[in-house]
Design a protein around this ligand. Structure first.
Ligand SMILES: Cc1cc2nc3c(=O)[nH]c(=O)nc-3n(C[C@H](O)[C@H](O)[C@H](O)COP(=O)(O)OP(=O)(O)OC[C@H]3O[C@@H](n4cnc5c(N)ncnc54)[C@H](O)[C@@H]3O)c2cc1C
Length: 433
């Protein structure tokens, strides 16, 4: 009977070390990030990355032959729960989005040359990557509508298109571009992935789009979301990542781990906000009592704890299923936690912000930034509605409509059948009356 909720003691020691390390070494960087700028930030985290490597926790999501630790998704989930508390910590641990998902694609679909050129330097932290799929003109939630094209001309692919929200593209060294290579093929076999160095002629990073998370326009900073023009971009034939026409297949395999990594990080955000909620309730006094003594606040604490526990177990369960049965088998579990986890993070952060009143709304606390971050989670890697739809469809496959249209639990119909079945007994009981 294997049904175990405990963590191995040796790994628990690593997690304990991580918790202190993230809080003491990485949280302080958040407060001076604007002053440091991108270069200063890289210098600040360089010695921290070395400590993580010495500790054997670097790039934990990949197998040892690719320079990772081969921990699998469950251990990674427990790690991300801690590193997710700060948007900078995943970079220090070598598994920040989108590089973690992109390295999994390279590991899975890349040729040995592509691994040499892109994967190993990515894992070493010497290169950065971006995933360039969404286009402003088409619904990103339905990637069969993609319009960017890659045409094979002689020994080169020629890429033309317009993308946006390619996260980290303005600090990336290379892009994984999703483009239509076979317009006449089946709608799920039209697109392929291509590896494009950012400095290839014809690639223009137009801007980092100001967003709810970063309302003021900056260029070339980690966490930016770029708009990109691809105009007659020429890359060699062997820039194709995976098989021609396999773009959707690979995207599904990439997005599975990528989504679960996000969900794991959200546990860390929720926990940090929850701690702030509880702490504030014990100090703020209003209308004759501490906020912790108000039933509404107690409900917030209890509801948040319940939701976080549910999200944590769902996330770890999805991770466990990925480890034991593979990403495809865990599709439903991943879709479930993608939309549920996003809503839990939003609710917990919202309550923590509310209890702090105007202080919560101010930038004197990280809550308003967490709130803006949380809102995006309901959109990226597929909006809530698409994941709900996918979960509902998968669940409904296990049901069929009753032939006569009568609900199978219809009591009068069941009673009639039961009366026939127990006719003798019912008759005897009636005769005894
Ligand atoms: C912070 C952030 C980072 C991102 N990073 C990347 C990245 O690195 N690379 C990349 O390629 N893209 C990235 N994206 C883009 C993201 O993947 C898309 O925004 C997402 O797929 C939705 O596409 P869309 O914005 O075109 O919305 P649309 O597809 O236009 O959808 C708009 C809305 O329509 C509704 N809707 C859509 N389909 C359905 C349905 N079936 N049923 C009911 N309602 C529906 C939903 O409410 C949805 O929110 C990022 C986005 C954000 C916000």
């Amino acid at each position: 009977m294997a049904w175990d909720f405990s963590t191995e003691p040796e790994f628990q020691q690593q997690l304990d070390w991580m918790r202190d390390f993230v809080r003491e070494e990485i949280w302080p960087i958040e407060t001076v990030f604007e002053d440091l700028g991108q270069d200063g930030f890289e210098r600040a985290i360089a010695p921290l990355k070395e400590q993580v490597k010495e500790r054997g926790l670097w790039a934990a999501h990949l197998p040892p032959d690719l320079g990772g630790q081969g921990f699998g998704q469950v251990k990674l989930g427990l790690m991300h729960e801690i590193s997710g508390s700060s948007m900078f910590a995943p970079s220090v641990f070598g598994n920040q989005a989108p590089d973690s998902g992109n390295s999994e694609v390279l590991a899975m679909a890349g040729t040995e040359d592509q691994k040499e050129q892109y994967l190993y330097p990515l894992l070493a932290g010497d290169l950065r990557s971006a995933f360039s799929m969404t286009e402003p003109e088409n619904a990103g939630s339905d990637p069969t509508l993609l319009q960017t094209t890659a045409e094979l001309q002689g020994d080169e692919w020629v890429i033309n298109g317009h993308k946006w929200f390619s996260s980290n593209a303005s600090v990336a060294d290379f892009l994984i571009v999703m483009a239509v290579t076979d317009p006449e093929a089946h709608k799920y076999q039209r697109a392929s992935m291509l590896l494009v160095p950012v400095d290839t002629p014809g690639v223009t990073i137009v801007r980092d789009i100001p967003t709810m998370e970063h309302p003021y326009e900056h260029f070339g900073r980690i966490g930016g979301h770029s708009e990109i023009l691809y105009e007659d971009v020429r890359v060699p034939k062997d820039a194709l990542l995976g098989a021609r026409g396999a773009g959707f297949l690979i995207a599904q395999q990439r997005l599975g781990p990528g989504r679960i990594h996000h969900c794991m990080r959200w546990l860390g955000v929720s926990r940090r906000a929850f701690d702030m909620l509880c702490e504030r309730s014990l100090t703020r006094y209003s209308h004759g009592s501490l906020l912790s003594e108000k039933q509404t606040v107690q409900n917030w604490i209890a509801d948040s704890a319940a939701q976080m526990q549910a999200a944590r177990l769902m996330t770890l369960h999805a991770a466990w299923k990925m480890d034991t049965e593979g990403a495809s088998a865990a599709r439903q579990e991943i879709a479930l936690i993608k939309f549920y986890g996003a809503s839990v993070m939003h609710d917990v952060v919202d309550r923590a912000l509310q209890i702090h009143g105007s202080l919560g709304y101010s930038t004197d606390l990280p809550l308003e930034a967490m709130y803006r971050f949380a809102r995006a989670a309901r959109l990226y890697d597929g909006p809530d509605e698409v994941h709900r739809q996918s979960v509902a469809r998968q669940i409904l496959r296990g049901y069929e409509a009753p032939a006569d249209g009568v609900p199978s639990e219809h009591v009068p119909t069941r009673r009639e059948a039961a009366r026939e079945r127990f006719a003798d007994l019912l008759e005897a009981v009636t005769a005894n009356d």
